[in-house]
Design a binder for this molecule. Structure first.
Ligand code: ZN
Length: 208
């Protein structure tokens, strides 16, 4: 049992870090981790905030979809989490947030450009996944095909939020942070370009 409690404590710590960094407030978003035994995952319950996750409310779900009895329900995004773990053996953790800068881009229908050396190296490209038909939230049907490419480690959901995946909880957490940072940097770049004009910026860069 101790390995389950260790995994729970790591998930709780990641959730609190997301909350403290304002990547996810209220009860939205979700995150999960695959147990070392690889036969089950732990996932945030539905309707519980990142800052309220604890050992008692985290949900244990078997890889075949069986849910350990619990007063709570797993996140409604359980389907795409299980789908990614089943198809990508390299994924051991998923962090999904509605972080505001990235979701702003996603709501404007814009792909977030990877501009910095870190985002280019760690992510490469941030695919923008459209809403499901009828304007409904994305499910495994829209999300999982984008991650069928083993080089895809992150994506952005139109009008919704972000997904970072990784071999460890910390690596997925870092991606959630880099996505948000990348969106903020891209916004600042575009605003500065708009205010100062391309010509002025080109003159500055030419003088260096
Ligand atoms: Zn969501």
């Amino acid at each position: 049992m101790s390995d389950i409690n260790d995994a729970k404590d790591a998930l709780i710590a990641a959730a609190k870090r997301c909350f403290d960094l304002r990547l996810q407030t209220n009860a939205g978003g979700n995150l999960s981790v695959r147990l070392e035994s690889r036969d089950a995952i732990l996932i945030k319950p539905s309707g519980i905030g990142f800052n309220e996750c604890n050992r008692d409310n985290l949900q244990l779900v078997r890889m075949d979809g069986r849910i350990e009895p619990n007063p709570h329900r797993p996140s409604k995004d359980l389907g795409f989490h299980l789908g990614l773990y089943r198809t990508r053996g390299d994924i051991n953790a998923i962090v999904h947030c509605h972080s505001p800068w990235a979701t702003g881009y996603a709501s404007a229908g814009l792909e977030i450009p990877c501009l910095t050396v870190q985002s280019i190296e760690k992510i490469g490209r941030l695919p923008l996944i459209p809403l499901a038909s009828g304007g409904r939230p994305q499910t495994e049907r829209e999300i999982n095909p984008v991650f069928s490419d083993p080089g895809t480690v992150a994506a952005v959901l139109a009008n919704h939020g972000t997904i970072g995946v990784g071999p460890s909880l910390m690596s997925a957490q870092y991606l959630a942070e880099i996505i948000e940072e990348t969106a903020q940097i891209a916004y600042l770049r575009d605003m500065l370009r708009a205010v100062h004009g391309q010509a002025a910026l080109a003159a500055v860069s030419a003088s260096h």
